[in-house]
Design a protein around this ligand. Sequence first.
Ligand code: ADP
Length: 628
Amino acid sequence: MPESTVEKREFKSELKQILNIITHSLYSHKEIFLRELLSNASDAIDKIRFNSLQNEALVGADRDWKIQITPDAAVGTLTVSDNGVGMTREAIIEHLGTIARSGTREFLENLQQTEAATRPELIGQFGVGFYSSFMVADQVSVVSRAAGETQAVRWTSDGLGEFTVEPAERAGRGTDVTLHLKEEEKEFLQEWRLRSVVKQFSDFIEHPIVMEVEKKGEKDGKTLAEEVLNSRKALWLRSKGDVTPEEHNAFYRQVSGDFEDPAKVIHYAAEGTLEFKALLYLPKHKSFDLQFGEAKVGPRLYINRVQIMDHCEQVLPPYLRFVKGVVDCPDLPLNVSRELLQHNPLLEKIQKSVVKNIFQAMEEFRTADYDGYLALFGELGGILKEGLGRDWGNREAIANLLLFESLNTERGKFITLAQYLEAMRGDQADIYFMTGEDRGTLEHSPALEAFRRRGWDVLLLTDPIDGFVFPSLNDFKGKPLKPADRNAPSLPAEDQKKVEAAAESFKALLPALKDRLPQVKEVRLSSRLTDSAACLVPDEGGLDPHTERLLQKLRKSEEGESPRILELNPEHPAVQGLLKIHSADPSDPRIEDHARLLYAQALLAEGSKLPDPSDVIRRINQLLVKDA
Ligand code: ADP
């Protein structure tokens, strides 16, 4: 193809959907398009500045890092220019037409369904990047010249389905993004409007954002002069007491994209062998980028005020991905590639310190503002818990931060593991937990009757992730953690005797029941039931039924559950009745009815679904008819 032709391309189909939603259903906080463009420009400058440290020649003399905003009222355009790294023809096609950030479409579809009133926060948190330009423009053109190239490229689109690329001219390296504003969005040509949007969303961007503004001249009226619109403050370099809450709030909103204030500020300077500054924030809620697709993990990384990475994954483990902010470490080398930098052992040390400080801050938060912490935990506890399974070294510290409902606490109240330990009875050696769908089902679970009887507390875990991560927490402060449904305490001695005495009379019945219930592994007498007639217990090493159901759902598999053991309460009248029927006539057809109904009630009691409800209903009705 000759170089000079205009090439027409189609957006990738997923992007078309995204663009369609952006242009047709996002109506509020349209001004964030500017935040997205300024942040792209700033990233582009960071990239070239970083490259310049290894390759002087690539960068040349143009190092007056600057982002320029140019409104042109005569033609109705707004242009954002930078002297950053620029894009080649291939890069522009890839970045502005082919790939979409994963999770974006799911996010936007969800956004469409939520009430319009709540949208601004959502879109603010997620950021739809460059494409948000189409909220305010009916045509966008990008002219870019990559570092080291002489030829520039022009990309143009109306955001409907296609874009064009063609060769273009540009005086130097960098990118101009020009928006042809829609008629009703012309306010974005006005100086005051642009000033206020920059102040609100991009004030802390490190590079100067400049605009030509009118100044009153001495003699001849008005002249144009360039003015820097952003304050470019590096709050993290100041000492802790010198940053006001307002500054924190504004800075947090800009690094996180959140529209709310942070729940807690973590600001400290590490001193000694490794020196760095950290300014981190715990959010009040689970932002949408945490709920959809991949959230970018890690704070911004600076080396002496120079931003190196937008998200440094090496500084935070994924289970702390809700923590936002900045880490600035002058000890890191500036003159190596990003690749190499990411393997620098100092980052691991920074992570250790940062994680420790976050844990500490969370604990302080819990003590100082319990309700605030409870709300935070409700939003983010599920993410934090992932750490139990992933960060072996810190699992006790993570466990220490968790809040639990338990058998002995009122509904809606929570305890910590430390409180559980404190309240443990003298005759209790282990910590018990049970996973299930909700508190109600768990509370009534037959497996917990023996615990209630002895007054031992059981942690009630109802978060879907619990069943997966909790078993990795083998112990806490030296006390083993055990699933309650497999480790019921034995009954008091006198009750124990009763069970033993009953064993002889049930000798023939138990195998007869097993024959009629091929779905269970064994039928045996229970020493854990006081009120219920029957319960199901997992076989040694088997999963609890709740987690097994979740797994099946995740795998979308139909594979059956692992066979379990049916335990009967020998004292219960229903079980006694069955014993009587069997002693009178071991081939009585009612034995099968009763066996199945006992099995069915054990399933219902633990919150499982009946595999054959109509069969159960038929058998119940038979009994009802007989009683009439
Ligand atoms: P994000 O910034 O979240 O990656 P965008 O849709 O805003 O998503 O941008 C997509 C990509 O296009 C960027 O990652 C970058 O590679 C490229 N890009 C956008 N704007 C610029 C710019 N001004 N200079 C250089 N590259 C840019």
